[in-house]
Design a protein around this ligand. Sequence first.
Ligand code: AKG
Ligand code: FE2
Length: 521
Amino acid sequence: YSEDFFSSTSRLEQLVGQEEVVVDKLERYLEEAYHSLETVRSYVTSFREMRAGSSIHHPVEAFLMLRRLTVDWDIVEDDLRRQANQTQETLRSIGGFRADRPFPEADDLHGAAVALIRLQDTYQLNMTQLPRGHIASFGPEPAAEFQSAQELTARDCLFIGRHAFSRGLYDAAIEWFEAALWRTEEEPEGAVTATRDEIEPLLTSTIKLHDSVLEEQGPRGEDWRTNPVPIDRRLAEQERYQPPRLAVFRPRLHQPQAEAEEEEHYQRLCRGERLRSPAEEADLSCHLTSNDSPLLLLSPLRVEVLSRQPYIVMLHQLVTETEVSQFQELAGPRLATSRHRHPDGEFVASMSRISKNAWIPDDEDPTGMLARVTRRVAASSGLKCDNDMAAEAFQVANYGIGGLYVTHTDHHMAEVPRGPHAHWETMIGDRLATWMVYLSDVPAGGATVFPRAGVTVWPERGSVAFWWNLNAAGKGDDDTRHAACPVLHGSKWVSNKWIHYNEQFRTKPCGLTPDAIHQTP
Ligand SMILES: O=C(O)CCC(=O)C(=O)O
Ligand SMILES: [Fe+2]
């Protein structure tokens, strides 16, 4: 597989530097080309002026004409030839530059189109504003707005619409084709990127298909999606599309959810909606604790309890600004497209996890920073982290625009492990707890959400989300199912440390009941 660009902002930042080199070459070429073309232009102008007014019977005109066709012509020819060489040279130089390093391919553009479709969907972005590059933020802070320097053209909207169509997202395709239509009207004459004639038939046939898919197959399936009601008024008036009463959304927390329901919870939490009632949130609080660790005596943990059951906390400002930067520097060059575990135990590149990540063992950090933070993980969790069986190496992840991680559990040993690492996994036990530090603020989107627990965690640079995936007896708690929301604006970096069950048996015994849970720090 080739390393893509769209799945991480870190990679996109490198790409800006690369494009700049190409643009510098083009700019130099343009300057030289304009210079050469100047002599060609003055030759042309000189002839035109003579034709317009004077007569060849004038001796000066006669002289000038002969000069044009001899001396001047040599110069023009030289300049044209020089320019041809420069064109060749520029092509060669840019070609060589591009061949030496990775440049994006069609897949990257498709990835970016999918990201826009997904962002619009998850955050219910306003379709009259998005094509103009205007988005509003979602987050704990007061709403902010982000305006891009450039806008999407009619052709861009058409491209994205086609993309939505080919993925069976007929509702989104219609919205993008409609956007393409009104964008054509805003484009100045002479700079039109797509025409009505091109878009309208597509829109019409998509609406037809939308309605017939909805009529025959329903609004949602494996590989298609439509609006709940047909676009065609006459079809929409049918009895079956008359909702008897307004469908009210009622969150159902702390119980297994069907896929569509979990998705609904996920999207609402990503947008910052509250799914828990005030009564359910009443027992949440903040406290300071040194968690019985001498390491935290002078600077206790600043714990914000986000959920009691499952126990999820934010440990505010536990990693310093310098450490955060060091994490990113260590991980940057090692980032590779994230993979996920295929049912047969192998790891495959993934559309359910759009990010790049890297694993960094503590002893590969010559500064000793990772080892120091690992000791802080142990102190703040009260768990052993000092060998390979107790805890995994830090995993650092960087998400791209629209980058996400679909809902999952971090524990994965409800079934007996299979695949090449099965023996090792059985020996170390499942992932008891997750310690995840945010290495960046995210201006819009990018929250970590728990659809069943009804919790949204907003990224905060230097702060740590910590939760228990297993109960005290080592059984997986599926209410910890969680996901990373798509990044709407910004760059999201996190680093995880997963702490395993079996090595903790001396300090974390089972509880008095089979379903006792840990609720520290
Ligand atoms: O990035 C996030 O917010 C969550 C990441 C996560 O769940 C994971 O890496 O397992
Ligand atoms: Fe996770």
